[in-house]
Design a protein around this ligand. Structure first.
Ligand SMILES: CC(C)(COP(=O)(O)OP(=O)(O)OC[C@H]1O[C@@H](n2cnc3c(N)ncnc32)[C@H](O)[C@@H]1OP(=O)(O)O)[C@@H](O)C(=O)NCCC(=O)NCCS
Length: 207
C-alpha cells in the first residue's frame, strides 16, 4: 500500500496494528490523486458493506488516519476528516473498520488520535454525523464524549441507509479532563450537567 505520492507518518502501534497519518503529497498529479480517491472509495465500500460509490472521498476529507494490517499491507480501518476553519471544527467525515478487524479497539484508537490532534492544536470542537440506528457507532461516540447536538431528519435521504435520520454529534474540547484516556474511560470528558440538559433539548426530534 505504501506509495511515493502519499506521505505516511507513523502515529503509534496498537498491539501489532500500525497507525499512520496519510496525506496526498502536494506534488501528486491529478491521475495519482484520482487513483487514491478510487482506492479509498473501495475501502469505504468494503468497510461500510455498501455497493454505492463514495465520490472522491480524499478531495472532501483530506486528513486521513489509518490502521494497517500487521500481516499484509492493507488498510484495515480509517478515519477521514477535514478542518472547517469558520467553525474551528475538526469534522469526521468517515470512520470505518473492515468487518474482520472489528472489535479490536481500532475505531476507539483512531478517534482517540483525532481528538488528541484537536486538543493539541487548540481546536474548539470535533463533530460528526451518525445514522440514528447505528447503535454500535453511537455507543462508541458517546464513550468518547460526543453528544447529539442536533437531530437531522432525512440526513441520509440521498444515501440509501437502513434509516434516514441522523444525529449531529459534538465533542467540545474544553470538556476534556484526561486526554490520554479519551475513548478508553468515559470520565476522560466531563460535560457539565446543565450543558447535558441543553444538548438533550437541542437534539429533540420534534424541535
Ligand atoms: C462502528 C465501527 C466503526 C466500530 O469499530 P470497531 O473497531 O469494531 O470498534 P472498537 O473495537 O474500537 O470498539 C469501540 C466501542 O464501540 C462500541 N462497539 C463496537 N462494536 C460493537 C458491537 N458489536 N456491539 C456493541 N458495541 C460495539 C463499544 O462501545 C466499544 O467499546 P468497548 O469495546 O469498550 O465496549 C465498526 O463497527 C464499523 O466500521 N461499522 C461500519 C461503518 C460504520 O457504521 N461507521 C460509523 C459511521 S458514523
Amino acid at each position: 500500500m505504501h506509495s511515493f505520492n502519499l506521505q505516511y507518518d507513523h502515529v503509534k502501534d496498537v498491539n501489532e496494528h500500525r497507525m499512520y497519518r496519510l496525506r496526498l503529497k502536494a506534488t501528486s498529479t491529478p491521475v495519482e490523486a484520482a487513483e487514491w480517491n478510487h482506492k479509498f472509495d473501495l475501502f469505504l465500500r468494503a468497510s461500510f458493506e455498501r455497493t454505492q460509490s463514495y465520490f472522491n472521498p480524499l478531495d472532501h476529507c483530506p486528513d486521513v488516519l489509518v490502521f494497517e494490517s500487521p500481516y499484509q499491507s492493507i488498510i484495515t480501518a480509517a478515519l477521514m476528516s477535514r478542518y472547517i476553519p469558520e467553525e474551528d471544527n475538526l469534522y469526521v467525515c468517515f470512520l470505518s473498520v473492515l468487518p474482520e478487524y472489528r472489535q479490536y479497539g481500532l475505531a476507539k484508537n483512531l478517534l482517540n488520535a483525532i481528538i488528541l490532534q484537536a486538543y493539541d492544536n487548540d481546536i474548539k470542537q470535533v463533530t460528526l454525523n451518525v445514522n440514528v440506528e447505528n447503535i454500535k457507532a453511537i455507543k462508541l461516540y458517546t464513550k468518547c464524549g460526543f453528544r447529539c447536538t442536533k437531530y437531522i431528519r432525512d440526513y441520509y435521504a440521498s444515501n440509501p441507509q437502513p434509516h434516514l435520520d441522523g444525529y449531529y454529534m459534538t465533542l467540545m474540547i474544553k470538556y476534556i479532563r484526561s486526554p490520554p484516556l479519551i475513548c478508553k474511560k468515559e470520565k476522560a470528558v466531563l460535560i457539565p450537567s446543565d450543558i447535558e440538559v441543553e444538548y438533550a433539548e437541542q437534539c429533540a426530534k420534534d424541535k
